[in-house]
Design a protein around this ligand. Structure first.
Ligand code: 5GP
Ligand code: ZN
Length: 115
């Protein structure tokens, strides 16, 4: 955990969030600035700054994050309509929080390609 990182603070219970799922390795919570009717953020509990910093030992963790997203989507009925799972890496892609996270977005029609 790093003291400055907002997602580490959420994972550590230091700042409040609407947590919808957590286990020993993963935390999922509602995005504070939702871009869709469903907008969840799914993070590893451990601080990893970005996808650039993922290592081979994190392979299972990333798979579990993906499975968690799929389960959360199904729980919300998004498997019937569609959803998007997105991880922004770096400033040009729109990453603003330097702790690896996946956005789960759904509940509205979405454009492709993204802006
Ligand atoms: P990024 O822009 O890095 O891909 O995504 C960061 C996301 O984290 C944004 O969608 C932003 O709204 C969300 N976010 C930033 N700070 C907080 C916070 O303190 N609480 C919650 N729940 N979401 C946050
Ligand atoms: Zn962090």
């Amino acid at each position: 955990m790093t003291n400055e990182c907002i997602f580490c603070q959420i994972a550590g219970g230091k700042i409040p969030a609407d947590i919808v799922y957590e286990d020993n390795d993963i935390v999922a919570f509602t995005d504070i600035n939702p871009e869709a009717p469903v907008h969840l953020v799914i993070i590893p509990r451990n601080h990893i700054a970005s996808l650039n910093d993922v290592e081979k030992k994190d392979t299972e963790l990333l798979g579990r994050i993906n499975m968690t997203a799929i389960t959360l989507a199904k729980q919300r009925g998004l498997d019937k309509t569609g959803y998007r799972l997105v991880s922004n890496m770096g400033r040009q892609a729109g990453q603003t929080v330097d702790h690896v996270h996946y956005h789960l977005l759904g509940g509205r029609f979405m454009m492709w390609p993204p802006g």
